[in-house]
Design a protein around this ligand. Structure first.
Ligand code: NHR
Ligand code: GAR
Length: 209
């Protein structure tokens, strides 16, 4: 049984999708904890309602990113994590933190990386005139949003799209590809080869929404 620790900052709909898939598909894993950097994150209530341990490490209580990350790592280690999942987690992590969990930590980012790393991805894709947008699941490395790509989903950008409409279309795909990718990491069916990630049994890593 592997332990999954999920980090959130807000709504936590990706966390919900992972919790649900883990139970429904009977993964050889449990959600050991959901940890937020914000006490007000609504996802904490969902996790607690499922009997999952929750914790808050408020970044505002720390003077430096290093101090915040050290406490976050201490809390996470208490749950003996095998897999760490960033699910709408909004704090950039230090190199030391990332290295501590090297090869065990995934993020879902709401763009087709390497396009639009960072924030406000949907508005940037609309403003750039992109005809495709999407989501990327990647291993977390020190370089923000630049880790090896595990899976991507593409969706159209339609002429009248607003940020809200496009982000909802992308989010639907996140809820499909992120549980799949976490399951692969739990099952040990991913092989990292430089910047490329291959599924050892040939499952599709490309989704067209
Ligand atoms: N940390 C590292 N080292 N590497 C990555 O790839 C990371 C990471 C931390 C978070 C998620 C990422 C995303 O999917 C992520 C990937 C937050 C910011 C950000 O600018 C950027 C990217 C991501 C998450 N955060 C601001 C900060 O100062 C705070 C913004 C806010 O609170 O709203 O940390 O997009
Ligand atoms: C998701 O779209 C996720 O890709 C994005 O925030 C949303 C979180 O939704 N992540 C980031 O922008 C990270 N900087 P959720 O809390 O409902 O999963």
């Amino acid at each position: 049984m592997k332990n999954i620790v999920i980090l959130i900052s807000g709504r936590g709909s990706n966390m919900e999708a992972i919790v649900d898939a883990c139970g429904r598909e009977q993964w050889p894993a449990r959600i050991a904890a959901v940890v937020s950097n914000k006490a007000t994150a609504s996802g904490l209530q969902f996790a607690a309602s499922k009997g999952i341990a929750t914790a808050v490490v408020d970044h505002k209580q720390f003077d430096t990113r290093e101090a915040f990350d050290a406490e976050l790592a201490r809390i996470i280690e208490g749950f003996a994590p095998d897999v760490i999942v960033l699910a709408g987690f909004m704090r950039i992590l230090t190199e030391a933190f990332v290295q501590q969990f090297d090869g065990r930590m995934l993020n879902v980012h709401p763009s087709l990386l390497p396009a639009f790393p960072g924030l406000h991805t949907h508005q940037r894709a609309i403003d750039a005139g992109c005809k495709l947008a999407g989501a990327t699941v990647h291993f977390v490395t020190p370089a923000l949003d630049h880790g090896p790509i595990v899976a991507q989903a593409a969706v159209p950008v339609l002429p009248d799209d607003t940020e809200a409409v496009l982000s909802a279309r992308v989010l639907q795909q996140e809820h499909l590809i992120y549980p799949r990718a976490v399951r692969w990491l739990v099952e040990g069916t991913l092989k990292i080869d430089g910047h490329r990630v291959l599924h050892t049994e040939g499952d599709t890593q490309l989704f067209l929404g």
